[in-house]
Design a protein around this ligand. Structure first.
Ligand code: IPM
Ligand code: MG
Length: 357
């Protein structure tokens, strides 16, 4: 079998610790399949070493790799930097450079953790939501943007929300295709009652649906209502498709239904490249303490095996190993109930590898 190259980008904060655990899983897989693991720089760590949060070299490595695995970016020590070189620019930059317009963020409750949610068990148990977030356009990238000083001395900050028809079409197609493999229901989330740009969003999603996806049930929801419905009755959702910023917000909300953001993996897909990462951030408050939950990153590896590396068997084995360690009662602090004993990052990674072997 041909060698598969994986670019690993630990990044900042807990990124370093969780990626170390994911690498143990890659090492296990490397005994079964020929994997070439290369490591690169991104985020504040890259800025400190090279003066930019996204070195050109990283972009080249990303384009050459079969898949990219990312830890997290950002940290308080870089918050005073100019926007153009903040760690987050590294992440936005690689999404753009690799053409990663489709972000899949599943929110699924592990039965073992249903009690860890802050919502009632009967509200969350059994939820299985896929947020399909547009990732390379919208208000995150629209021009013009900036902060200017007006003649009257006031300062004015501005960003631009923009979507073209083709940008909406391609994410809508991904959402409908995703739904076809699930419960065949798509809820498109917008703010079409106020924002023209998302009125276009609604029109185009409706057109794509009418043209090619009559077998899928399509509904529309305003984002404020969607936020409320996610908390009120999350089981009504199958696939949610939405803009970059709404998807950023709603996917964090959806993640907490599952008990912990520390359990959730994600895939960012383009037509050529793919990047996998946990959806939680760099968690500066616990960075370096060995407390972070590595399972979201390990599950991101499973997602990468399935979607980019044609290794469905290994993907399933990793997912089952994660389930097995939960069955054993092993918990990092973020998924533990009050009073339950907890283990650290490395012990959790080791337990997954032990379950695999
Ligand atoms: C995410 C993060 C990023 C985003 C930040 C770190 C730039 O919140 O991936 O959800 O807003 O997209
Ligand atoms: Mg976010």
């Amino acid at each position: 079998m041909s060698t598969k190259t994986i670019l690993v980008l630990p990044g900042d904060g807990i990124g370093q610790e969780i990626i170390a655990e994911a690498r143990k899983v890659l090492a296990w897989a490397g005994k079964r399949v020929d994997l070439n693991i290369v490591e690169g720089l991104i985020g504040g760590t890259a800025y400190d070493l090279t003066g930019t949060p996204l070195p050109e070299e990283t972009v080249i490595q990303g384009k050459e790799a079969h898949a990219v695995l990312l830890g997290a970016v950002g940290g308080t020590q870089w918050e005073s930097l100019d926007y153009s070189v903040r760690p987050e620019r590294g992440l936005l930059g690689i999404r753009k450079e690799l053409g990663l317009y489709c972000n899949l963020r599943p929110a699924k409750v592990y039965p073992q953790l249903a009690d860890a949610s802050t919502l009632k068990k009967e509200v969350v148990s059994g939820i299985d939501i896929m947020v399909v977030r547009e990732l390379s356009s919208g208000i995150y990238f629209g021009e013009p943007k900036g902060i200017e000083t007006l003649p009257n001395g006031q300062r004015r900050g501005f960003n631009t929300l923009t979507y073209t028809t083709s940008e909406i079409e391609r994410i809508a197609v991904r959402a409908f295709e995703t739904a076809r493999k699930r419960q065949k229901r798509v809820c498109s989330v917008d703010k079409a009652n106020v924002l023209e740009c998302t009125e276009l969003w609604r029109q185009v999603v409706t057109e794509v649906h009418a043209k090619s996806y009559p077998d899928i049930e399509l509904s529309h929801m305003y984002v404020d209502n969607a936020a409320m419905q996610l908390i009120r009755n999350p089981k009504q959702f199958d696939v949610i498709v939405t803009t970059n910023m709404f998807g950023d917000i709603l996917s964090d909300a959806a993640s907490m239904l599952t008990g912990s953001i520390g359990m959730l993996q994600s895939a960012s897909l383009g037509d050529k490249c793919a990047l996998y990462e946990p959806i939680h951030g760099s968690a500066p408050d616990i960075a370096g303490k060995g407390l972070a939950n590595p399972l979201a990153t390990i599950l991101s590896v499973a997602m990468m095996f399935r979607h980019s590396l044609d290794m469905p068997q290994e993907a399933q084995m990793v997912e089952e190993a994660v389930s097995a360690v939960l069955d054993q009662g092993l918990r990092t602090a973020d998924i533990a109930m009050a009073g339950e004993p907890t283990i650290g990052t490395a012990a959790m990674g080791d337990a997954v590898v032990a379950a695999l072997s």
